[in-house]
Design a protein around this ligand. Sequence first.
Ligand SMILES: [Cu+2]
Length: 306
Amino acid sequence: MQKWWSVLFGAVLLAETALTLVAPFVGWGLPPLANRESFGRDVDYLFHLILALTGFFFVLTEVILVVGMWRFAGQPGRRAIYVHGNHKLEMAWSLVPAALLLFIALVQINAWADIKYAKQMRPPHHIIEVSARQFEWRMRYPNEQTRKEMTAALGSEEWSEPTSKKAEDWGHDSTGFATDFHTVNEVHTWAGANTRIYLKSRDVLHSFFLPHMRLKQDAVPGKVIPVWFRPDSDAFNGEWITGKGWQYEQEDGHDKVWDLACAELCGWGHYKMQGRLYVHKDKASYDRWLADAIKMQRDTDDGRKK
Ligand SMILES: [Cu+2]
């Protein structure tokens, strides 16, 4: 009778394995990749490599568990045997994972450096400041003049972070109106643009996650963290049309939508930290949107420098 437990465990294991094998064919895999031209494929490769390694050892240890439960199920009159460790086995199950972790650490070096090292990032075409708070993302876009100055400075040989003073003049015109643009939960860039994000948090830990770009980075209070991504040249999901707003491209009859999510449980309203990534067809479409957006901001009092 005790053997039924091993049958139950075995059945669950079989079902899990079957579902995993079926998954890629019924679309339960990763979301569509819209960042194939920079580091997206590297991230997917690492994901699948680690999934294969952990999957193999998961199935192996579960099979050993199920077989053990079957063979050594309790029987009336049979006494348990006490084992005081096995030196060779313990060495093996310490050294094998250690070697695998070292292997993964070596394989991922280039992808990590490409995504996270400020000095190795591609010179940006576009810069956005993203500031997380409970429970929304606040984006800040430089006006065209500031964007040009900053991208030129970052693209030059001489590495220079924008200083805090510089960020303050993102900026205001002589009449005291803001000429940079502030928005909530909307990331705007254009297809093929190296997009640099300066990530901040105003309160607790959040995590900036663009699943289709394969970009995820924690926002840490007190730090300004640069990250970047580049939407593919065919990744545009729509166009800004003055007077008509955002028009989504269609794909298989559905709107093409790229998500922004918070990937770090940050409080009761964590689920509300959803946004959208708008990839404009080209810089001209982005410029039209920015001009309209700055105009709308100007038409309210919020744009006035206090
Ligand atoms: Cu959050």
